[in-house]
Structure formats: structure tokens, C-alpha cells
Ligand binder design. Structure first.
Ligand SMILES: [Mn+2]
Length: 464
């Protein structure tokens, strides 16, 4: 028998959301919505513009915790939400139920619920949870450490103390949120470079960038090497890639490998995370971060002039645990509009890429011994290992040239273009500085290598 309007109202009062209510009386969510509309009752969706509820509708909603109620309580949490969470709130507002919003977002209702619940939890950590009389919030970067209340005989709050503490564990999450917000206006903003007219589909050009250490400062008189700073790093890297792109034969694919330690310092403290060593840095960290992102943008755009497809792998180094992840996120957002670019944003310290009979492994090199790498590759990519004949590991970290033919694959470490700093000088590091290009044939393996030495690169301000 068709449920009556009363049945629908009762069902709404007994269930936590409209979808479950509809199911309990044998209706779909859409049927329930149509029935409510036909009866002159508003569905939850119509409350979401913030307009006043009618008395009748109040009665419906007061009994059951509908999605609409939830949304109203979530509205106050909006200012504590991340861009992803705001998108979830907006979808709920537009579609009126968790089920419909989850559908529109292409996620499960359970996943959306948990994302929405996280907004309540993060707001509560900041001191906002009106249902618990918590409305005194603490600033970004702090969390509520405890709340004490003094109530009178009627249970009314007479006094309340809010204690706050600076975040430690959530600092990274806040930074990630911040970076996503900062990068948001640039999402898909990359200018489309005209694709090359002819290319060899059997060739791949690999551009390994050994430890760029952007932001490193070196004073020649102290280090016995060259002066080095943010501007020199940018000039050298962009010019080196430009030359190597020129030297590369027309190859359909490019693989740009940032082998880690792209940034010299991971934050404004300018100290290493593990040893706490003071780092010689040029300029402010935020400036270094933005110049670093600009360098990668220019490198990728240059590669796009020559290659049809450009894939970028950013390795996490021991100097840039977090900023390397920021770099990947920013680049992925910026190039979102270009189907010819693929930015690998996986935070896994080992990355792989298969090209025909070639298998490439990439890692910074500070977490394992080089001799272990062949077995790690065989284990992580067992099928690809069996299907390929030419296998290579690209690693950085040690700042010098090393090529070892181990059983099953060639393991290689690369030099850096960065000058040595006072610490590396004192430790006795004396290796040369260059950048290489490897050209790889789909079946025949590595067929060509080019090298650009730092001595041939321009300095800032040189006529090009
Ligand atoms: Mn390094």
C-alpha cells in the first residue's frame, strides 16, 4: 500500500536521514522528495539557502535528525573547513542529502559522512561545537586543550574557561591545507604549450636532477667552490634543462626525475630534521618555495615544447620531507588542465616507471643501501621485472657520480648542480657538478647520454 503523508513524516522522524526514511516505507529518495513536494512540504534541500523553516516543517525536522539539521549545525563549522570539506558542504547544500551529494561527488555515502564528521571534529578542536556550548574558538595553529564550565543550579553556564595549546601533530595537515589554498587560484592555470609536430614513439628522454638544493647559500671564500644562491640555482637549472632538451632527439616521452633534496631547507627553522644541523640558506623559506615551484614549471614547460608527454617524479629527500610533497601538489594543480603532463604525487619513497622493455626505479637514496635496490625493485614490481630486460635505478643523496652494474639492474647516483656549502666543504666533499640526459629506446634500452657541466652554464644577468 502506498504510504500516506503521515507515514512519510513519521519515517522522517524515526530515521537519521531521508534516504533511510524513504527505504523504510518502500520509497526511493526521489519518490519521497516528490511526495513531500506534492504535499506542499519542503524537502531538506530547500532549507539550505538559510531561509526560515515553516512550523510544519520544523515539526518534521525536530523529531528526526535529518541531513538538513546536520547541515545547519555544520554551517557554523564552515570557516574551519578545508577546501575539500567545503566542497562536501556545498554538495550537501545543493543536493539536499548525503546520498545524493555523495553520488554527485563520485564517492560513497559513508566516505562523505566521514568527511563531514571530520569538519565537526576539527571545529571542536578549534573550540566550536554549539551543541556542547563551545563557541569560543582559538586561532589557526592552536587547538582547544580543555574547557571548564561553572554552571548555576538551573544548569546555565555562568563562567567558562577555554585552554588552548599550539598544534604539533596537526601542523603538517594545516600546512598542507594552506598550500592547497594558496595553490587553488592556479589550479589548471598552466598556459598550453603547442605540442611538437613529430616525435619518435620508441624513444624516452630521461632528465635526472640530482639534489638541486634550491635555497642553499654558499660563499666561495669559505667553501673553496663557487658562490651559490637562489638566483644562481634558478639560472643554472633552467639553462641546463634547456640545453639538454635541445640535445634530446625527438622523443615522444620525457621523464623528469627530481631525485630529492630539491629544496635545501624544509622550513623557516633552516635546520635538518634529523640531526638539527644549521643550514646555510639564501632568503626566506616562503620565497625559496615559490621560486622552486617556478623553476619546475619552467622546466616542465620547456620539456613540453619537445615531447608529447611529460611525466614528473618528485622524490622526497632528507632535506625536504614536506616541501617536496608541497611541490608535487602545487605542480599537479597547476598542470591539471594539460593532459600531456602527469605529476606523480605519491609520497612513497620508491617510484617506478615502465617503458617497453625498460623499468626505472627512483629513490633519493638516504633510506636504503644501494646494493638492496635490485631486490627491492624485483619485489615491488615482480611482473614488470620479469617482463623487462633493461632495469635502472636513479638515485641522488651522495652528490657524486656512481654507476654500479648489480645483478639485474644498473644502479646510478647523480651529481648536483649546486655548489658545496660550508658543511659539505668541511666534510671533504669534492665532486664535480653537472646534469645529464639519458635517451632510452623502448626495446634496446639506454642508447645515448648527454652531459651539461656547470662550468658551461650562464650566471644570473649573463646575456643568453
Ligand atoms: Mn642532498
Amino acid at each position: 500500500m502506498e504510504p500516506t503523508t503521515n507515514d512519510i513524516v513519521n519515517a522522517l522522524q524515526q530515521h537519521t536521514n531521508a534516504t533511510d526514511a524513504a527505504a523504510s516505507i518502500g520509497l526511493s529518495y526521489d519518490q519521497l522528495k516528490r511526495r513531500l513536494a506534492a504535499a506542499g512540504l519542503r524537502t531538506s534541500a530547500h532549507y539550505l539557502d538559510g531561509s526560515e523553516l515553516s512550523d510544519e516543517d520544523q515539526a518534521i525536522l525536530a523529531g528526526g535528525r535529518t541531513d538538513c539539521d546536520w547541515l545547519r549545525s555544520l554551517a557554523g563549522c564552515r570557516k574551519f573547513a578545508s577546501p575539500e570539506q567545503i566542497a562536501a558542504l556545498d554538495a550537501l547544500a545543493t543536493h539536499g542529502s548525503v546520498a545524493a551529494a555523495a553520488d554527485a561527488l563520485g564517492m560513497t555515502a559513508a566516505a562523505l559522512r566521514s568527511r563531514l564528521s571530520e569538519i565537526e571534529r576539527s571545529s571542536a578542536r578549534r573550540g566550536y561545537s554549539p551543541a556542547h556550548d563551545m563557541t569560543h574558538t582559538v586561532p589557526l595553529g592552536f587547538h582547544v586543550d580543555g574547557i571548564s564550565q561553572l554552571r548555576d543550579a538551573e544548569g546555565r553556564i555562568k563562567q567558562q574557561w577555554v585552554k588552548s595549546k599550539a598544534d604539533k601533530e596537526s601542523r603538517i595537515a594545516l600546512l598542507m591545507d594552506a598550500v592547497q589554498r594558496i595553490a587553488e587560484p592556479f589550479r589548471g592555470a598552466s598556459e598550453l604549450v603547442a605540442p611538437p609536430t613529430h616525435n619518435n614513439a620508441d624513444l624516452l628522454s630521461v632528465y635526472p636532477m640530482g639534489d638541486p638544493h634550491i635555497g642553499l647559500f654558499a660563499w666561495a671564500q669559505e667553501t673553496g667552490d663557487s658562490d651559490f644562491d637562489l638566483r644562481i640555482a634558478e639560472t643554472h637549472l633552467v639553462a641546463a634543462v634547456d640545453r639538454l632538451v635541445m640535445l634530446s632527439p625527438p622523443s615522444e616521452q620525457a621523464l623528469i626525475l627530481n631525485l630529492g633534496d630539491f629544496f635545501h631547507a624544509d622550513d623557516q627553522s633552516a635546520r635538518t630534521k634529523r640531526g638539527g644541523h644549521a643550514l646555510d640558506v639564501d632568503s626566506r623559506w616562503a620565497k625559496v618555495l615559490s621560486v622552486g615551484i617556478r623553476i619546475m614549471r619552467r622546466i616542465i614547460e620547456r620539456a613540453l615544447e619537445k615531447h608529447d608527454r611529460v611525466r614528473v617524479i618528485n622524490e622526497i629527500g632528507n632535506h625536504d620531507d614536506h616541501s617536496s610533497i608541497f611541490l608535487g601538489v602545487c605542480l599537479a594543480q597547476f598542470f591539471e588542465n594539460n593532459p600531456r603532463v602527469e605529476i606523480d604525487t605519491s609520497p612513497n619513497p620508491f617510484h617506478y616507471y615502465r617503458f617497453g622493455a625498460n623499468l626505472f626505479g627512483v629513490t633519493h637514496g638516504h633510506t636504503v643501501k644501494l646494493a638492496q635496490l635490485p631486490q627491492i625493485m624485483a619485489n615491488d614490481r615482480a611482473k614488470d621485472w620479469g617482463d623487462t630486460r633493461h632495469r635502472f635505478w636513479y638515485t641522488g643523496h651522495v652528490h657524486h657520480d656512481q654507476r654500479k652494474e648489480l645483478i639485474g639492474c644498473v644502479v646510478e647516483t647523480f651529481r648536483t648542480l649546486a655548489a658545496r656549502d660550508a658543511w659539505h666543504n668541511a666534510q671533504g666533499y669534492r665532486s664535480g657538478r653537472d646534469m645529464k640526459l639519458h635517451v632510452v629506446h623502448r626495446e634496446r634500452g639506454r642508447i645515448m647520454e648527454h652531459r651539461v657541466g656547470v662550468e658551461s652554464l650562464p650566471m644570473p644577468g649573463d646575456a643568453s
